[in-house]
Design a protein around this ligand. Structure first.
Ligand SMILES: Cc1cc2nc3c(=O)[nH]c(=O)nc-3n(C[C@H](O)[C@H](O)[C@H](O)COP(=O)(O)O)c2cc1C
Length: 304
């Protein structure tokens, strides 16, 4: 069998499949379906310094080949995560990534300091949540603020730092370079694309928040293009996500330059999607005669 293990910023993953933040909770519910230690890692739902109730419903809507959400960072707060959720997760054999969101430089910094002093393996800085006014997206949409927020948390972060980028920008490569220059250890992308749907009978938006984040297969080609651009712009490892539902999507992400991938919305349609992706990826590598996942990373042969 091909070797699927990878190392990102000094952290070993048994395979490069990670579940995406906000789509897998803190792992416990999914463990009723399968042993989550079959996964390479879990990116936990975002936590903020204080607990948040999230946005009022309706906050989920189906779209052609995707979904809109405006959950808005409902979470128990960073201290409760460390005390109540992390101990169980750390008993599972997978990489635990804490996803941190915030509203100000100070609360990002305080949350990252707290969480990176705990047992988590890595920290993912969510500067890309489009669903709340103060959900961090303001930090993620221009190079200066990306650089400043990354620098600010880098100073207090005791674990490898992944910066998660928003696709709601003009030039994703420049944003990635800003995060790299400020000390990020890895880049992950994409978060959701801002979208909207209107009920033509009531003439009201489907989401109470009016707009939300689009995810699922509909965003895959955009995500793939952005991962490819970023992988060709920075030296850091890139974790690709956005609409990955099948092992064929995953293979495309690796060819585009991702060193690992995250699976999000697909978990809602098929609870076993990440496991099917792990199996399919291994079979593809065997079939093509590759002994190692690294043999295909960034190996897309672009037309000249
Ligand atoms: C319901 C829902 C909640 C999400 N919550 C978070 C979150 O808490 N933190 C975060 O960084 N991304 C969050 N995301 C974004 C996903 O992690 C991922 O970046 C995005 O959905 C694209 O991947 P996908 O198409 O595979 O879902 C959320 C997405 C969905 C659908």
């Amino acid at each position: 069998m091909a070797d699927l293990s990878i190392n990102i910023a000094g952290v070993n993953f048994k395979n490069p499949i990670i579940t995406a933040s906000g789509t897998f909770g803190f792992g416990k519910e999914y463990n009723d379906f399968y042993d989550i230690d079959k996964l390479g890692g879990i990116s936990c739902s975002a936590v903020t310094l204080e607990k948040r109730p999230g946005n009022p419903p309706p906050r989920i809507a189906e779209t052609p080949a995707g979904m809109l959400n405006s959950v808005g960072l409902q979470n128990p707060g960073v201290k409760s995560f460390i005390k109540d959720d992390l101990p169980w997760l750390k008993k599972q054999d997978l990489v635990v990534i804490a996803n941190i969101a915030g509203s100000t430089y100070e609360d990002y910094s305080e949350s990252v300091e707290l969480v990176s002093s705990s047992d988590v393996d890595m920290v993912e800085l969510n500067i890309s949540c489009p669903n709340v006014k103060e959900g961090g997206v303001a930090f993620g949409t221009n190079c200066q603020s990306v650089e400043l927020i990354t620098k600010t948390v880098r100073k207090v972060c005791k674990k490898p730092l992944i910066v998660k980028l928003s696709p709601n920008v003009t030039d994703i490569s420049e944003i990635a370079k800003a995060a790299e220059a400020a000390g990020a250890d890895a880049i992950s992308l994409i978060n959701t694309l801002t979208g909207m749907q209107i009920d033509i009978e009531t003439k009201r938006p489907l989401l109470k928040n009016n707009v939300g984040g689009l995810s699922g297969p509909a965003v895959f080609p955009v995500a793939l293009r952005m991962v490819w651009q970023v992988a060709n712009s920075v030296k850091l490892p890139v974790i690709g996500m956005g609409g990955i539902s099948t092992w064929q999507d995953a293979v495309q992400m690796f060819l585009a330059g991702a060193s690992a991938i995250q699976v999000g919305t697909a978990n809602f349609l098929d609870v076993y999607a990440p496991l099917k992706i792990i199996d399919g990826l291994g079979a593809y590598l065997n079939d093509k005669g590759h002994a190692n996942i690294k043999d295909i990373i960034g190996k897309v042969e672009v037309w000249q």
